[in-house]
Design a protein around this ligand. Structure first.
Ligand SMILES: O=P(O)(O)OC[C@H]1O[C@H](O[C@H]2O[C@H](CO)[C@@H](O)[C@H](O)[C@H]2O)[C@H](O)[C@@H](O)[C@@H]1O
Length: 262
């Protein structure tokens, strides 16, 4: 991929930050989108670059995902140094130590109600299925007929419209419901705080990643993957381009005199 001069310049500035956080959304950024969620895997070039970055001094890597932590770990096989934010910010793993989400009795009741609605709707819509997360459910419609998919999402939305304890998010061929309000912006802000990073790179492809882009500050770099409105400053077409960009960032940072091993 030909990386344009403006992005190259921003990456060079980012690479020279004293403390750098490189945070990546998973599906559609690190891993190409596939039909079955459990089949998603990181592109080798991105995974290698993440490991190279994580090995550098004063450099942190993170996957910031809508997936449940267990699912994120299963598909990404992350290096233990890579920080993980799951369930759109509701779950965190830092250095192998997990901070799972806990639900109160009202939230557990809301989760059961959400499950019932999605399961009933899915049973009427061939090709759809329901993914379970600790604080939510996902109605997947990628493999359904387009009309059935739209009808299923519409029916679920209508049945949940009066629930103020269930937060709905649109995603790529999914409708997500969560009983915990969390955003990737909050997840990124938390990672910035724990790493004390003075510059952040964040790449995302979905509408839920816009909260992450909006949490970026002066000197940070946001990269949107694919089409759609975005608050990110830069855009590329596909996850393969992300591999090239993260590899360039790893090379630029490892070439700095301060990063060389004596
Ligand atoms: O924040 P992300 O890491 O991008 O996770 C968002 C959702 O990703 C998964 O669903 C998406 O990827 C699947 C595999 O490529 C695809 O089949 C599906 O249509 C996409 O929406 C995951 O299953 C969800 O739980 C995540 O919230």
């Amino acid at each position: 991929m030909n990386i344009d001069e403006s992005l190259r310049g921003s990456l060079a500035r980012l690479a020279s930050a004293e403390r750098l956080l490189v945070a990546l959304d998973f599906d559609g950024v690190v891993a190409p989108i596939v039909d079955r969620a459990e089949d998603a895997r990181p592109l080798p070039g991105t995974a290698d670059a993440v490991v190279r970055l994580a090995a550098l001094p004063q450099t942190w890597t993170a996957y910031v995902s809508g997936r449940a932590l267990t699912s994120l770990v299963a598909v990404s096989s992350p290096d233990v140094r890579t920080l993980l934010v799951g369930s759109h910010g509701a779950e965190v793993r830092l250095g192998g130590e997990e901070h799972p989400v806990t639900l109160d009795p009202d939230q557990r009741d809301a989760l059961a109600a959400l499950h019932r609605v999605f399961a009933e709707v899915s049973a009427q819509a061939p090709g759809t299925w329901v993914e379970e997360k600790p604080a939510g459910r996902v109605l997947h419609t990628r493999q359904a007929d387009r009309e059935d998919a739209a009808a299923a999402v519409d029916a679920a939305r209508k049945q949940l419209a009066s629930r103020h304890d269930i937060f709905l998010k649109d995603g790529k061929e999914v409708l997500e419901g969560s009983v915990v309000h969390a955003t990737k912006g909050e997840g990124l802000a938390f990672l910035r705080q724990v790493t004390e990073a003075d510059a952040v790179f964040f790449a995302g492809d979905d509408v839920t990643d816009e909260d992450g882009f909006l949490a970026l500050e002066a000197g940070d770099v946001g990269l949107k993957v694919g089409e759609g409105d975005t608050a990110a400053s830069f855009r590329v077409a596909a996850p393969e381009d992300v591999a090239d960009i993260v590899a360039l960032l790893a090379s630029l940072r490892s070439e700095l005199p301060a990063q060389r091993t004596p």
